[in-house]
Design a protein around this ligand. Structure first.
Ligand code: COA
Length: 194
């Protein structure tokens, strides 16, 4: 994998809208989200108008080699308590192995070192193994599950809950994950996703 320096975060821009609508509508992404219907341009535009100036939301694009590669969102942002929920996806399917881990690493650095929040939480559908593995790899604490929250393919799905605190990230997990992403860069393993 290339160096972590090939990746960077920047704010979502209006010019990204169609790219991220297409990514969000891909089966790989939408089937792992709470709402899995196909989003038409009008709905997407309404969503964008709703979130763009709302301080409870923050959308970032992860770029790889200067090109949009993934999306990170922070929601339910409480700037007084210093807490937020996050979500994410890799948009492109040709990204090198480890890109998901780098995205998590950059998102956590942003939450705790740029925004200065105290807690970041995440929610994962119980069948989403790659995401569950990513939360564990990043060192999130599994704080429980909400049973039987939605139905997918005729099956009741639980939501797995994770949290990370600033102290835990900065002292313990960040150095470990940083070493991991550096190691991946050296290993240089390519990966094509389905
Ligand atoms: C969730 C998501 C970001 C995870 O991405 P990912 O491709 O698994 O992340 P990585 O690129 O870091 O990992 C790819 C593989 O490389 C491996 N890898 C990662 N870091 C590694 C390291 N340091 N050394 C060796 N292998 C490593 C991972 O273990 C993974 O392999 P695995 O699938 O056998 O576990 C991605 O699957 C995605 O965008 N999914 C769709 C949207 C989604 O589900 N979003 C989350 C909603 S909660």
């Amino acid at each position: 994998m290339p160096s972590v320096d090939s990746f960077r975060l920047r704010p979502l821009a209006e010019t990204d809208l169609e790219t991220i609508r297409l990514w969000r509508n891909s089966d790989r992404v939408r089937l792992n989200m709470y709402s899995d219907h196909i989003i038409i341009p009008e709905e997407h535009r309404r969503w964008y108008n709703r979130i763009k100036d709302d301080p409870r939301w923050l959308y970032l694009i992860m770029e790889y080699d200067g090109q949009p590669a993934g999306v990170i969102n922070f929601r339910e942002i409480d700037r007084v308590a210093g807490s937020a929920l996050w979500g994410f996806y890799l948009g492109r399917s040709d990204l090198p192995r480890g890109s998901g881990t780098v995205m998590g690493y950059l998102a956590l650095n942003h939450a705790f070192m740029v925004e200065g929040w105290r807690t970041l939480s995440g929610e994962v559908l119980d069948f989403n193994e790659p995401s569950l593995r990513l939360f564990r790899r990043l060192g999130f604490d599994n704080i429980g599950r909400r049973d039987k929250q939605l139905i997918r393919n005729g099956r009741l799905v639980d939501i797995i809950l994770y949290t990370m605190t600033a102290g835990r990230w900065l002292k313990r997990e960040r150095p470990r994950v940083e070493a991991l992403v550096q190691k991946m860069a050296v290993a240089g393993t390519p990966m094509i996703r389905p």
